[in-house]
Ligand binder design. Sequence first.
Ligand SMILES: [Zn+2]
Length: 254
Amino acid sequence: MPELSGMPPTRLLYYENAYVKEFDTRVIKILKMENGETGVVLDETAFFPGGGGQPRDTGLIENDGMHARVVRVKRHGEIIIHFIDQVSGEIREGDKVRGVIDWNRRYRLMRVHTSAHLMSQAIRQALDKPVEIVSSGMDLEKTRLDFTHKGSTRELFPQIESIANNVVKENRTVKIRLMPRNEGEEYVKKFHESLKTLPPQVSEVRIVEIEGWHACACGGTHVKSTSEIREVKLLSRSSKGKGIERIESTVQKP
Ligand SMILES: [Zn+2]
């Protein structure tokens, strides 16, 4: 997108603090897309643009004279674009605005995302082997983990669930740190994880650790401690073939 060249990177509030629900900022640029969509670039943002299996945020941008729905958020290099619709009033470059995250949705995704990290280690403990997680994903309803294992894990469900819920009850802190890549690589090894899926040019990694339980490189938003997950429930298993097992799980509502 040529209009974006030379623009400063958007400050990413969700990296600094995942609990920012509302923020005051300024409109840097309004982009009129060929397909008729309107994109808004802000000075800083708490809107998560999606990544690491976690869906992007929705919400509002507003001020006294204007109100717009943020329907989609996209990362373009170091710049975050907020796509808006249902605009009432006028939005202009330079305007002061307030961003409001759809918090119920985002907070649930934070709980679901942290539960996915927690589950990967619960599965390894129940199976008593360092399975490799080959793929993962999540939505508001559930998380899925695909990992290397031959045969059904059905019989182990009570055990996996009990291990996972013990870690929830232990109220372990979720720590986030930036590390040089080689240091991060060594660090996550203790938890049977690796950084091999990261592009080679990445020199600094963001390590998300459920203290003493699990650590991996992740750019998502997470709860501060495992008790916020409240309860993990296993939903189903299936075989994806070629020695890959899938487990789907969810977290207690709300
Ligand atoms: Zn993650």
